[in-house]
Design a protein around this ligand. Structure first.
Ligand code: IPD
Length: 256
């Protein structure tokens, strides 16, 4: 099955949402919910609604799994859009221009396409399963780095209780072995940067499926690898280790 038409629909929706977010970037944003390590904005919901409206115009029967809630499709086993309207919400709220819109399409157990759009850099990462992963239409691939000593590794500071602390412990452990450690604040963009060969690995203790579903399929198509170990009963959140497929990341993470 060819999903290139659905990828065009996803990119169109992501670019519309991105333009909407870019236009509002300097405004004061309404906070719907404030958690210890997270913020939910009214704009998260508005952006997801805009994306769903755009996608549903062409694919009314597809269901939706999104950070801002779900919508049922016509049938239970219909293809499902997995949407994160703003990945990097805390960055966005604090005026840090590192965030993106993330849209994947899942059919059965397979993610068949991914689109991650960074509106501030106008960078759109895309792939259709079986096709070439691209950044603004140009093919991308992971870095050739094989040694931890050359690597730039990202650590996620998660929003769930305890996962930030676990991230910081890893930060300390891994930082001694690599060239640089970073925390970008957007898991989807981080995975796409690994796909594009800019950085080499990403580790987060607990992350939600919509944060990385689209970027994962882009990274894997670019030669990278991503291990997801669900830790919640609904399988919607878990730990992620993503890398260029070449680094000895597991050995580097071992503490004994
Ligand atoms: C968050 C970002 C962040 C990651 C968190 C996510 P959100 O997504 O991806 O990088 O560390 O675990 O929740 O809440 O901004 O969509």
């Amino acid at each position: 099955m060819d999903y290139s038409a659905q990828l065009i629909a996803a990119e169109t929706a992501a670019r519309k949402a991105g333009a909407f977010l870019r236009a509002r970037f300097h405004e004061v944003h309404q906070v719907d919910e404030e958690l210890a390590h997270d913020i939910k904005l009214r704009l998260d919901k508005e952006t997801q609604a805009l994306i769903v409206e755009s996608l549903a115009a062409q694919y009314p029967d597809y269901s939706v799994l999104g950070e801002e809630g779900c919508g049922a499709g016509a049938s239970a086993d219909s293809p499902q859009w997995i949407i994160d309207p703003i990945d990097g919400t805390v960055n966005y709220f604090y005026g840090i221009p590192i965030f993106c819109v993330s849209i994947a399409l899942r059919v059965g157990a397979q993610t068949v396409l991914g689109c991650v759009y960074d509106p501030m850099q106008d960078e759109c990462f895309t792939v259709c399963k079986g096709g070439a992963p691209c950044l603004n239409g140009r093919p991308i691939q992971v870095s050739a780095r094989t040694q931890m000593a050359q690597a730039v590794v990202f650590i996620g500071h998660g929003t769930h209780d305890g996962s930030g602390a676990a991230g910081i412990a890893r930060f300390a452990h891994v930082s001694a072995q690599v060239r640089k450690i970073r925390i970008l604040g957007s898991a989807a963009l981080t995975l796409c940067y690994i796909a594009a060969g800019r950085f080499d690995a990403y580790i987060e203790n607990r992350i939600n499926l919509w944060d990385f579903a689209a970027a994962r399929v882009i990274l894997e198509a670019a030669g990278g690898a991503c291990e997801y170990t669900p830790t919640s009963a609904d399988l919607l959140s878990g730990s992620v280790i993503a890398w260029n497929g070449k680094l000895p990341i597991h050995a580097a993470l071992r503490t004994s």
